[in-house]
Each structure stands twice: as C-alpha cells, then as structure tokens.
Design a protein around this ligand. Structure first.
Ligand code: 9MR
Length: 379
C-alpha cells in the first residue's frame, strides 16, 4: 500500500497556462450623438487571434507544427501569433526520439519547446507510446524486453521534457472501433496492463504534466469511446494516474457530431479533462466552417474541455492536404472556418471558464490513487 506522502504533490498544482494576455476590457465612454448622451457601459473586447480568444474562457488554442516548416516566414508569423499551444507533429514520437535502443535524440522536441517558450506558448507532448512510428528495433522485442524498452523510453523522454509539457499523450490509439484493445505488438507482448504501466511510468518521470489517453473516432458516444470510458473509469477507481482524454477529431463535413458534446461531457463528469487534440475537417466553405464551429462550441460548453489543437493550420502542410482540412488555405488566407472558430471562442469569453486543470476529483486524489498497488509497485 502506498503512503499518502508518496503521491506526487506537484500533480495537484494547476497546469501552466499560456502566457498570452487574457481579456481586454474596454470602457466605452458616454457618447454624444446628435446632442444626446446615449450610454455608458463596459464591454469585453473581441480577441483577434485564436489563442487570445480561447484564453478568455481559460482555454488554449494550439496547433501541430514541426521545425521543418519554419523557414517560411508567412508560416511562422501565423504560428507565433495565433496559437497559445504547440505540439510536435512527429518530433517527439518514439522513432524520432530513440532511433537506436537507449540512444536518444531530443533535437526536434527541444527546438519546438524553445520556440514555444520564446512566444509564451504551452507545449503538448505527443506521443510516448503508439503502435505506429516505433523505431525499427522494437519489432525484435518480445515480452518483458518490450516492456522494459517501453518503460525506459517513457522514463527518459518524459524525464527529458519534464517541467516543459502541459499535457502528454502517454498512449495513442490503443483501441479498436468495437471498443476492444487494438492487437498491436504492445498489447500482444505485454498484455492488458501495458497502458496503466505506461501511465505510471510517465507520472513518475513528469509529475507536473497532465497525462492523457489519445485516440481518433472518439467523436461521439460510440463503441470505441465506450471502451475508452470504461478504461478511464477503471483507472480512476484503481488509482492509475490519468488526467485527461484526447479526442483527436479528424473530421469531415459528413461527420455525425450529434453526440460530440455529450461525449466530452461524460468524460468531464467522470473526472478527467478532455482535449481536442488533432482537429481537422475535410471539406470547404460553410459546411466545413459549421463543423469547426460545432466542435469549438462543444469544447467551450464543457467545463473540463481544456482546449483545442488543430493538426496543422494551413492546407500547405497537412497529412490530408488534398481534403483542404485546415482553417488557412495553402496560400495562408483565412477561411470561413477560421472566422467560425474565432467567433465561437469570443462568444464564450468570460463564461464557463475552463476548469481543465485539476488532476481529477478530490476523492480520486485522496483515496484511490494513494492506494494503488501499481503506483506503489512502480513508484
Ligand atoms: O501528421 C503526422 C504525419 O506527418 C505522419 O506521417 C503520420 C505517421 O503515422 O502521423 C501523423 O500524425 C498522426 C498523429 O501522430 C496521431 N493521430 C493521427 C495523425 C494523422 O495520421
């Protein structure tokens, strides 16, 4: 049994917030029009960047990026001014950070952290363990050899970036569409406990970062999100350190979003933060803008929705560029989608302030987690 003093107290602190300016309040002086004093009131300014607009309700608005794009000044002027959080599109993945066993290369991640810090932006970590983008050498590992490699990778990587990451996608895409576990090398070689072991290792390596499970097709109440929900519920009950769920949100104008907000809400009610982590929307025009608006409105309506990250921001650099899925076109012109997001964020200014910062419920902190045999065993 773990003693209460073994619970990393620092996890109770609030996550670092982006440093961007918050709400600007404008006092509108009494105006005389045709000799009549009309009004004297106080109004909230409408922010004109996505990051500043999101900050008005205590949330972040971020994007995925990579140092390889930074030679383009049109790109970087948007990157540096519009967003309050960055995530590495590929640079912090296992294949990039540990190309050979025990040999680490954090250059891409370090560059991203440096740029973000210079611009007052937070950094999300993506991703410590995933069935894809593993270095080639993990394919030759079985059983406890793979387990030890995974734990060492998490320890070294989360340890290297400790103190600089607001939230980590500890485990990525570990569920099938029917809600069962994906039969990856991780699942087959390590069995059902591998996900919780990954979270425990990440918690030990970086007690300040919020720890997320991240996946796609969690865009409503469905068999897959039911499976993830059951895992999170179980983790909280047993004291496995999990703080958040990443809802990737790779969408299109055909996506059924009828239960999108309800799904965010149920995770929030369960006691974890939700993050929209990889938003992009195949399509164009008003139909595309409507999807972006729906997602943004859902996030700002759910107290524990901590923020939104788009998977890139210009169609010039997107993993699905032929679907024109991002808020800026390939020539860096803002689309209708951009305005839809900005308006939805501004409309939420000052209301329903995001609470996506506390590490789960008080009950969870005080009882279950402290008694977790897993935490005790691996701490
Ligand atoms: O955008 C990433 C792309 O550059 C990589 O080639 C690809 C490799 O699988 O990964 C992309 O990012 C993925 C993310 O890490 C996890 N969710 C799905 C994203 C799109 O494939």
């Amino acid at each position: 049994m773990i003693s209460s003093t073994s619970v990393p107290r620092s996890r109770r602190r609030r996550a670092r917030r982006p440093l961007r300016a918050a709400v600007a309040t404008v006092a509108t002086a009494g105006l005389a029009v045709t000799g009549i004093v009309m009004f004297s009131t106080t109004a909230t300014a409408q922010a004109d960047t996505l990051g500043a607009a999101a900050e008005q309700s205590g949330r972040y608005f971020g994007t995925a990026t990579e140092a390889g794009y930074w030679g383009d000044s049109q790109y970087t002027s948007i990157l540096d001014s519009e967003f309050s959080s960055l995530v590495a599109e590929n640079g912090m993945k296992w294949d990039a950070t540990e190309p050979n066993p025990g040999e680490f290369n954090f250059d891409g991640g370090d560059q991203l952290v440096e740029r973000a810090q210079a611009n007052g932006q937070a950094v999300r970590g993506h991703t410590l363990v995933w069935h894809a983008q593993q270095p080639g050498w993990t394919a030759g590992l079985y059983g406890d050899d793979l387990r030890n490699a995974m734990i060492n990778h998490i320890t070294e990587t989360a340890g290297h970036f400790a103190g600089q990451i607001s939230s980590w996608d500890v485990v990525n895409e570990a569920f099938e569409e029917d809600g069962s576990r994906r039969q990856s090398n991780l699942q087959i070689e390590m069995g059902d406990t591998w996900i919780e072991e990954a979270f425990v290792a990440a918690d030990a390596a970086d007690p300040d970062a919020k720890l997320c499970y991240n996946d796609y097709n969690l865009d409503g109440i469905n068999a897959k999100s039911d499976g993830v929900y059951a895992m999170v519920e179980d983790f909280l009950a047993r004291g496995v350190p999990i703080d958040c769920v990443g809802i990737q949100s790779h969408l299109s104008t055909e996506s059924d979003l009828s239960t999108y907000q309800a799904n965010l809400q149920r995770f929030s009610d369960l006691g974890v933060d939700v993050h929209i982590t990889e938003l992009d929307v195949g399509g164009s025009g008003t139909a595309q803008a409507d999807v972006y608006r729906t997602v943004t409105e859902a996030c700002v309506a759910v107290e524990r929705c901590a923020g939104i990250t788009t998977w890139g921001f210009t169609d010039a650099y997107s993993w699905r560029g032929d679907e024109t899925p991002l808020p800026w076109d390939a020539n860096y012109q803002k689309k209708e989608a951009y305005t839809a997001i900005l308006d939805a964020l501004n409309a939420a200014a000052g209301s329903n302030t995001g609470q996506g910062s506390e590490p789960a419920t008080a009950a969870y902190e005080q009882t279950a987690r402290r008694e977790s045999p897993l935490v005790a065993q691996l701490a």
